[in-house]
Design a protein around this ligand. Structure first.
Ligand code: OOG
Ligand code: NI
Length: 458
């Protein structure tokens, strides 16, 4: 018997990412275009910048890397999805509340399922941004609508018993034999296919009037992958190339501005959701064909992970850019995106040091330390830690920029409290804190380096 007859969680994760990508490429042809352009951008960037280009990940890892986004309706569904991803060595990390993320808001809270160990990330970093509807939030849903949503959601099954049983077995036994792995992957992929079942038109439209995201989640009896996002080494280049191909991108690249210093956190952009044919059942039972714009294409560039101090500086910089842009807009209502970017760059230059050494010295970014014992005197190399997570405000921007309508939010109502503890309870699992994971990675590298050098890490 060969070793391939048993698949470990990372092999399930890698195979699932490929299977999902193949399925999504068939469903959304524009995704394939995005992959082609991403490959071109990465190849050209490496050709131009040589070894430096791969400082934040080898071109092989970056080009194969994806994140997905899915949306579910209830804590029960959330706990089930956690079991499916748990089988693949993907654990919930971080809590995102998108109900209040600046001016754009959507009625969901989210976490990301991803590998958490450095070695596991290196094997395959696939991650999935997972959102769940907050039906109890009165700013979005009346008590009556909440009740009807809850009964609709309670009556559907997103993940069948066979899939969940295989997931539990994989998690308990550290993988699955080949035939069960194949079945697990088939069922898991199927769970995220776009269903061809007719959508109840009146119900979908009623929810859509409140929030298009609520309709996408609670208006249909199944779920689907919303987008799969490739990673690029130069997102500004990608943006320009997509526009040159006639694909209209959203107005801005979300996250930090382009500037001369090191890339931090995450920069993302997307193209507007495409019209996809769907069938609806009308109130008189008639089946009609129509189209929905829900699924879009997104791309991202990842930078250095920031410490808590670095993140606080980032959050303050984002607010300052908002204020400055608002003031500039008050003087000139036609403020261009280019001008806004200039404002952002100005704020960046005074917030962040222009070098990795500066980021490390000021304790703003995370770095690991490896000892290269090859030389006569061992050399300690500093390596940046890549940001593996998401940004709530960018996420809200990505959600919102692709919606056809703003929906209706009743600001006179009180929201309902949802936090990381609540999410952890819903998942029935520990919710990892991203800062703790980065700190742990750094501590381990320091301990390893100290051991190699034979010194006390303190
Ligand atoms: C998720 C939007 C957020 C990201 O990369 O920040 C997101 C969604 O549309 O379901 O994917
Ligand atoms: Ni995304």
């Amino acid at each position: 018997m060969s070793a391939a007859t048993f698949l470990e969680p990372w092999q399930l994760r890698a195979a699932f990412a490929r299977s999902l990508s193949d399925m999504y490429g068939k469903e959304v042809p524009a995704y394939t275009t995005l992959l082609d352009v991403s490959h071109e951008v990465n190849a050209d960037f490496v050709a131009k910048h040589g070894a430096d280009a791969e400082r934040l990940g080898s071109v092989a890892r970056v080009t194969a890397e994806r994140h997905g986004a899915i949306r579910v309706g209830t804590p029960t569904e959330m706990a089930q999805v956690a079991r499916v991803f748990g089988a693949m060595g993907m654990h919930p990390v971080g809590f995102y509340d998108l109900r209040d993320a600046s001016s754009s808001s959507v009625p969901v809270i989210s976490t990301a399922f991803r590998p958490i160990e450095r070695a596991e990330l290196a094997r395959n970093p696939f991650r999935v941004f997972t959102s769940m509807l907050v039906t109890a939030d009165r700013r979005f849903f009346t008590a009556d609508l909440e009740r009807r949503l809850e009964s609709f959601l309670a009556a559907r099954t997103l993940f069948g018993p066979e899939l969940l049983a295989l997931a539990d077995r994989a998690e308990a036994e550290g993988g699955l034999p080949e035939d069960q792995a194949a079945q697990f992957l088939r069922l898991a992929t199927q769970a995220f296919e776009l269903s061809s079942e007719p959508v109840d038109q009146a119900w979908y439209r009623e929810l859509e009037a409140v929030s298009a995201v609520a309709a996408d989640i609670g208006g249909i009896a199944s779920t689907h992958i919303n987008h799969l996002t490739p990673r690029v080494l130069d997102i500004d280049d990608l943006y320009a190339r997509m526009e040159a191909r006639g694909i209209t991108m959203i107005d801005a690249i979300q996250g930090p501005p382009r500037w001369e210093g090191p890339d931090v956190l995450l920069r993302q952009t997307s193209f507007r959701a495409l019209a996809e044919p769907r069938t609806f059942r009308t109130a008189d039972g008639e089946i009609v064909r129509d189209a929905l714009r829900v699924r879009f294409g997104e791309v991202e560039a990842r930078g250095i992970a920031l410490t808590r101090e670095g993140r606080a500086a980032y959050d303050a910089a984002v607010l300052e850019i908002d204020e400055k842009a608002a003031a500039a807009r008050a003087e000139d209502p036609g403020l261009t995106e280019t001008r806004r970017q200039e404002i952002a760059r100005g704020v960046w230059q005074k917030t962040f040091p222009a070098t990795e050494t500066g980021l490390a010295a000021q304790g703003l970014g995370w770095f690991t330390y490896e000892v290269d014992p090859a030389g006569f005197t061992p050399e300690v190399r500093r390596e940046p830690v890549v940001y593996e997570d998401f940004l709530p405000r960018s996420a809200a921007g990505i959600f919102q920029s692709n919606l056809t309508s703003d929906g209706a939010k009743d600001a006179s109502q009180e929201g309902i409290n949802r936090d990381a503890d609540w999410m952890s309870g819903a998942l029935g699992r520990e919710l990892n804190d991203p800062f703790d994971l980065y700190a742990d990675q750094v501590d381990r590298s320091l301990a390893g380096a100290a051991e190699t050098l034979g010194v006390d890490p303190a």
